[in-house]
Design a protein around this ligand. Structure first.
Ligand SMILES: Nc1ncnc2c1ncn2[C@@H]1O[C@H](COP(=O)(O)OP(=O)(O)OP(=O)(O)O)[C@@H](O)[C@H]1O
Ligand SMILES: [Mg+2]
Length: 268
């Protein structure tokens, strides 16, 4: 075995499955010496929906944003598709991010663009920059964007401006945009927090079914424990920047919820 200690992006212990994700001792300090994530380790297998629950301020968003480096990790490894995401330079990171679809709580749509254009934004990582600037997409992309809008129930809204949509409709566009990337991993940060209970269920159903259909894993931060139980294959409970529960929904007991939510620290 050669031990080239250079900045290799092909760690020898890279996951076997193309879409598994291995997080090793991930630490994040926004302020030096004050870790928000305490050396978190987590392996996400190549499929299934993992819900991350935990009190406000416990580091759920930080964790999910470290995975695509919207937040820069302080130390640790994030192995995905045979690469350590933490070590990638900008062009490599840009390429790696194409494989991660992100769904946001506040949708992050371009309000003045049409629904279909917002979906096509999912291709921006693929088309040359000048084309993207001109909003020029190949017909096959446009066709696929329409198919995805159909799949999320918004076929009739393609040419409407995003700012004319309800929250639930916006999130459907957000999901279609993420799927437009043909992701191998879906990351969602509280995708239903701004939505009514019925719409929340529909949106979770959509995320779970689309990820299952593509046979890729989804990691979803959520506050609603009942929704997590209903849609997740696995629940990860965080408290104060560490994982304190990890298991299938039926093993999550009240005692665990007490441990996850019951402390005083999360009130800060
Ligand atoms: N950009 C930042 N700069 C400094 N501190 C930050 C920053 N972002 C988050 N934090 C801090 O990191 C901690 C974890 O925040 P994070 O947003 O990850 O929590 P969360 O679990 O997602 O909370 P919520 O459920 O409210 O979304 C909090 O104490 C927060 O104040
Ligand atoms: Mg958050």
């Amino acid at each position: 075995m050669s031990v080239t200690a250079s900045a290799s992006t092909q760690p020898p212990d890279a996951p076997k499955h193309a879409t598994s994700l291995v997080i090793n001792k991930l630490r994040k300090e926004y302020r030096a010496g004050q870790p928000v994530l305490h050396d978190v380790s987590l392996t996400i297998e190549g499929r299934g929906l993992t819900a991350i629950i935990g009190p406000s301020g416990t580091g759920k968003s930080t964790l999910i944003r470290c995975i695509n480096r919207l937040v820069e990790p302080t130390s640790g490894e994030i192995l995905f598709r045979g690469q350590d995401i933490v070590r990638l330079n900008r062009p490599e990171l840009r390429a790696a991010r194409r494989h991660m679809g992100m769904i946001f709580q506040e949708y992050n749509l371009v309000e003045r663009l049409s629904v279909i254009e917002n979906v096509l934004c999912g291709r921006l990582g693929y088309v040359p920059a000048w084309r993207a600037w001109l909003r020029w997409f190949p017909p096959s992309d446009i066709e696929r964007a329409f198919q995805l809008l159909e799949a999320v129930g918004l076929a009739d809204f393609a040419t409407q401006r995003a700012d004319q949509l309800s929250g639930g409709q916006r999130q459907r566009v957000g999901i279609a945009r993420a799927l437009m990337q043909e992701p191998q991993l879906v990351l969602a940060d509280e995708p239903t927090s701004s939505l009514d209970p019925k719409t929340s269920v529909e949106i979770m159903e959509l995320i779970a079914s689309r990820a299952a259909e593509r046979n890729i894993p989804a990691i979803v931060n959520m506050h609603n424990v009942e929704l997590a139980r209903r849609f997740a294959d696995r629940i990860v409970g965080m408290a104060k920047g560490a994982i304190v529960f990890d298991g299938p929904p039926h093993t999550l007991k009240d005692s665990h919820l007490l441990e996850i939510y019951g402390g005083e620290g999360w009130l800060e």
